[in-house]
Design a protein around this ligand. Structure first.
Ligand SMILES: *Cc1c(COP(=O)(O)O)cnc(C)c1O
Length: 220
């Protein structure tokens, strides 16, 4: 099955199924179609099928692809799901409707400055290095309270937590931990779950799932 509209409705029905199983019927789960590496020609059919929420992981790539696509579809929402360098904060604030990768104090400073300058508040998720992996993005769990306090002091709108669990092992305990951390800090959003595990993530409280290959096919 490679028809993008068919893949979209398949993913949507699996989301509905998971919300039912979890007793979360009626709750809105945001499906972020992660279009990184895929050209505009691959994205257009999903837009035509009604998808309006997309994710990219690099500022540069998003800046090249999305202005034209959005001009034709002004109701599209674009989320940044990849790591952000502080020197790209201004560009990110101009381009994205939500940032999922706030993970360090220097980025709080850069984003606060960029949002003040643009007079635009972009909601953020704090990315947590949930598996305490060495080369992975995200703040350490012990640093989360401090980072959240800094973001709140800078009037950065933090709406939830985001994680990418370690590869190759059962993700459920990590999703459960992120859900608990979000609850402990009074944050409503949980950005967790990708193509292979979004149903599990929804059963454990995900509010935003980030799905790439299940919608677009494998990346080249
Ligand atoms: C690429 C990516 C995704 C989507 O991954 P798939 O396995 O293709 O669904 C989700 N989140 C982040 C942060 C990504 O970089």
């Amino acid at each position: 099955m490679t028809d993008p509209a068919a893949l979209l409705s398949e993913v949507q029905s699996r989301i509905v199924q998971a919300t039912k199983v979890a007793g979360r019927q009626g709750e809105e789960i945001a499906l972020i179609a992660v279009s990184k590496t895929h050209p505009a020609e691959r994205i257009a059919p999903l837009i035509a099928a009604g998808q309006r929420l997309f994710g990219e992981n690099r500022v540069q790539e998003a800046a090249e692809k999305w202005p034209a696509l959005r001009e034709a579809n002004p109701d599209i929402q674009l989320h940044l799901v990849g790591q952000l360098q502080s020197n790209k904060a201004e560009e990110a604030v101009a381009l994205f409707d939500c940032i999922h990768s706030l993970d360090r104090p220097s980025l709080v400073t850069a984003l606060t400055k960029a949002m003040d300058k643009a007079d635009r508040r972009v909601p953020c998720f704090i990315q947590v290095n949930i598996g305490a992996e060495e080369q992975k993005g995200g703040c350490a769990i012990v640093d989360l309270p401090g980072l959240l306090a800094e973001a709140r002091a800078g009037e950065l709108p933090v709406i939830g937590l985001m994680c990418v669990p370690p590869l190759g092992i059962e993700p459920a305990p990590f999703f459960a931990l992120l859900d608990k951390l979000a609850a402990d800090h009074g944050l409503p959003g949980r950005s967790m779950g990708m193509s292979d595990d979004f149903a599990t993530a929804i059963m454990l409280g995900a509010t935003h799932v980030r799905v790439g290959s299940a919608l677009f096919g494998a990346r080249g």
